[in-house]
Design a protein. Structure first.
Length: 282
């Protein structure tokens, strides 16, 4: 049965290192600051931003949460982002997605100064990643990459099959792993015979938001399984993979919760510290 890769202890180790880095920056009078903007009161989004804020404060980052009512106009939000872009004390800007329907998420993403785009969603940063240049990587894909590396799972020449092609997770994780010389296949909701593909994977990354989409029968012996899904079923958090059956076949597997989730926030902290260092020429 598979070895379980927990994100939490790794996240804690990295955050400890970050805490030291942040104090060293404080000595140089650099105070990395993250501003998180949330529009509306969606409970899941609210709990994500609270988690991001708590984690930021724990590593010593300055953090500010701006809570806006659900009927906030797009122009108001654009003006706010413009002010944050100009504010020398702000290094990272994150607008929690999804935004209400009357606001264009793409317009908002593109309005953030790419140097402060700690989510890594700005087309400039996405393009830099695509062309293999140094940039901010989106936090969940980046967290997955770091987890695989820390577990000493080699990527070169491996067949990575990804279920999901969103701009937030599926596409960028494929791009990052392609940059690591993996052979990447993307599956999605229109893919025919999903099992045929998942069975071919050396490393299977499932980011579909569908509980139990993948089970032990869908994977081959020895596959590394990374479950990105976060679903609430009967009040409990569960991933996209049926953990118990997949664990019998996989070589490594991540649980939900305590798997990829803690790494996502950790990479956000990392990106914020990087943003501050770059802006201050460190
Ligand atoms: P999304 O809804 O934007 O994209 C889902 C993708 O899965 C789509 O590309 C779609 O084509 C594919 N898909 C859906 N049903 C499918 C099916 N039956 N067969 C094959 N492909 C299918 O979601 P997202 O933003 O990419 O997030 C995916 C999941 O990851 C969600 O559960 C989300 O909550 C979770 N998530 C977790 C973290 C974390 O930190 N752990 C971060 C971001 C997202």
């Amino acid at each position: 049965s598979a070895e379980v890769i927990y994100g939490k202890p790794l996240a804690e180790e990295l955050r400890q290192e970050m805490k030291e880095e942040v104090s060293a920056l404080h000595e140089k009078k650099i105070h990395p600051k993250l501003v998180v903007v949330i529009i509306g009161e969606d409970p899941a989004s609210m709990s994500y931003v609270k988690g991001k804020q708590r984690a930021s404060e724990k590593v010593g980052l300055d953090s500010e949460l701006i809570e806006l009512p659900v009927d906030t106009s797009e122009q108001y939000l654009l003006d706010l982002i413009d002010r944050l872009n100009q504010d020398d004390e702000v290094h990272g800007i994150l607008v929690q997605l999804p935004v209400p329907e009357h606001i264009s998420d793409q317009k908002i993403i593109e309005s953030i100064d790419p140097r402060k785009d700690v989510d890594g969603f700005h087309p400039m940063n996405a393009g830099r990643m695509l062309t293999g240049q140094d940039t901010f990587y989106p936090c969940t894909p980046y967290g997955i990459l770091v987890m695989l590396k820390r577990a000493s799972i080699s990527l070169e020449g491996k067949h990575v099959v990804i279920v999901g092609r969103s701009n937030l997770v599926g596409k960028p994780v494929g791009q990052l792993l392609l940059n690591e010389n993996a052979t990447v296949t993307h599956c999605h909701s229109r893919t025919k015979d999903l099992r045929h593909h998942t069975k071919q994977a050396d490393i299977l990354i499932v980011a579909a938001g569908r509980p139990s989409l993948v089970s032990g029968e869908d994977i081959s012996e020895g596959t590394v399984v990374i479950d990105v899904g976060v679903n609430r079923v009967d009040g409990k958090l569960t991933g996209d993979v049926d953990f118990d059956s997949a664990k019998e076949v996989a070589s490594y597997i991540t649980p939900v919760p305590k798997g990829v989730g803690p790494m996502t926030i950790t990479m956000l902290l990392h990106n914020t510290i990087e943003a501050a260092k770059r802006i201050h020429g460190q």
